[in-house]
Design a protein around this ligand. Structure first.
Ligand SMILES: [Zn+2]
Length: 458
């Protein structure tokens, strides 16, 4: 058995082993820019790569895993100006919100959580090295990376220079030698956050932060760089260029892993379409059910798009109801989690979480049928173990089941109604009818009115 991962660099699934077998693998995941509540699509990477991090620790005994926080950015400056508060008030608040939300989704905290503002010295040092080696130049208080100085530029996203220019939506600026050159450092006015540098008071560009923080915590060549597919270009392409040029051509990341995007009823989730589902809204809508959000995020293979619908969350809640119900029925059995070989093999196969979730359901079926003390103990150990590998089923069954009948029932009913509306909009009338029937079975009557759907208890 060997772990195999899809590598964007080669577009192939390849066997994975760490560069340094003694100290174990290294992994870097691009984190959030902390200026607002993030949408559920931003949680897919952290949840999927949380499963991978646990797997890497099991395979190789240890892992150095850095997930950064971008706490200097023009979007943060704009948010602070709009709210009339200091920038730190915005970044501190939304860093905490983000960490709390990740904890609610079962994402394990990591010791390496570098912040951009705490690595300004390393960023400046890396920019100086790039200038010395002829890969960057200073102009009018800016420092720019010279794309023409790096012959492999574009090797990750495999785009032509013309496509890259179009994709990067580059600003035309008089201080640029080439339109594709990107900013490493830019000047700050007095009202903006800034640090003294050889090029005057200023602040770093976004891409250089990740290169500098990866180097500071994980070294010059890292095993795995992960992130959303939307970051592949220009962000990740620029990270490769900066790091490899700063390190005399040494490879930056041996494996690039990219997760697919969330879509909402077939279209991309975006602010302009008004279909953004924020994590904090979902946590309010499904109180006590955050584990179902994690389940839903793992329900498709990480490289595929995931269609996020209220029905998906509802299905995930029902599935966890059944799984926790099985564990409750095994409440008299004393067992510790043992991760089944079958689940390990599915995860070794480029992190096939949908298959592992199907296996979880199969193991629960076996557990319900198990007879005799030994068989019941083994079945419970396997079910708990499969859950452990996915970061699921680690609560007391009674806790999950109690959530079901708490005062939060109204939110659950509203969630079902939303799911039914979405099903009707998608012309999935069988599902819409099934949800109506489920609500009727729960004693909830629906009434379609000009103001929308109203409901009452029978
Ligand atoms: Zn990054």
């Amino acid at each position: 058995m060997a772990l195999r991962l899809h590598n964007t660099l080669t577009r192939r699934v390849e066997p994975f082993a760490p560069l340094d077998p003694v100290n174990g693998p290294t992994m870097y995941l691009c984190g959030p820019t902390v200026y607002n509540y993030v949408h559920i699509g931003n949680a897919r990477g952290p949840v999927v790569f949380d499963v991978l991090a646990a797997l890497l620790r099991r395979r190789f005994g240890q892992l150095r895993y850095a997930r950064n926080i971008t706490d200097v950015d023009d979007k943060i400056n704009a948010a602070a100006r709009e709210a009339g508060v200091p920038i730190s008030a915005i970044t501190e608040r939304f860093t905490q919100v983000y960490l709390d939300e990740m904890a609610a989704l079962g994402v394990q905290p990591q010791p390496l959580q570098p912040k951009a503002t705490e690595h300004i010295a390393q960023i400046i040092a890396m920019i100086e090295r790039l200038i010395e080696r002829g890969h960057a130049y200073a102009a009018e208080g800016h420092v720019l990376f010279s794309v023409g100085s790096y012959k492999d530029y574009g090797k990750l996203s495999r785009q032509s220079p013309e496509d890259m220019l179009a994709g990067a939506r580059v600003d035309v600026a008089p201080y640029k030698q080439d339109a594709g050159d990107f900013v490493l450092w830019k000047p700050s006015t007095d009202d903006l956050p800034g640090w003294d540098s050889p090029w005057g008071r200023g602040r770093p560009g976004w891409h250089i932060e990740c290169s500098a923080m990866a180097e500071a915590h994980l070294g010059e060549t890292i095993d795995i760089h992960a992130g959303g597919i939307d970051l592949q270009f220009p962000h990740h392409e620029n990270e490769v260029a900066q790091s490899e040029c700063a390190h005399g051509g040494k490879p930056f990341a041996r494996f690039w892993l990219h997760n697919g995007m969330l879509v909402f009823g077939g279209s991309k989730m975006s602010k302009s379409l008004g279909n953004v589902e924020r994590i904090h809204t979902l946590l309010e809508r499904y109180p006590g059910r955050s584990e179902a959000l994690r389940y839903a995020l793992l329900s498709a293979h990480y490289r595929q798009p995931l269609d996020w619908t209220p029905a998906l969350v509802e299905q995930s809640i029902r599935t966890l109801d059944r799984l926790y119900g099985t564990l409750r029925d095994l409440g008299d059995v004393d067992a510790t989690a043992v991760i089944p070989q079958s689940v390990e093999e599915m995860l070794d196969d480029d992190l096939n979480t949908p298959q592992a979730l199907a296996e979880l359901a199969r193991l629960a079926g076996d557990a319900r049928k198990a007879e005799g003390a030994d068989a019941r103990r083994d079945a419970k150990a396997a079910l708990l173990g499969a859950g452990l590998a996915l970061g699921l089923l680690q609560r007391e069954p009674s806790e999950w089941i109690a959530g079901e009948t708490s005062d939060d029932d109204d939110a659950r009913i509203q969630g079902l109604i939303d799911a039914r509306i979405a099903a009707k909009a998608a012309k999935d009338f069988a599902r819409a009818d099934a949800i109506r029937k489920q609500l009727a079975d729960d004693g909830i009557l629906l009434e379609d009115t000009p103001q929308g759907v109203r409901w009452k208890r029978a």
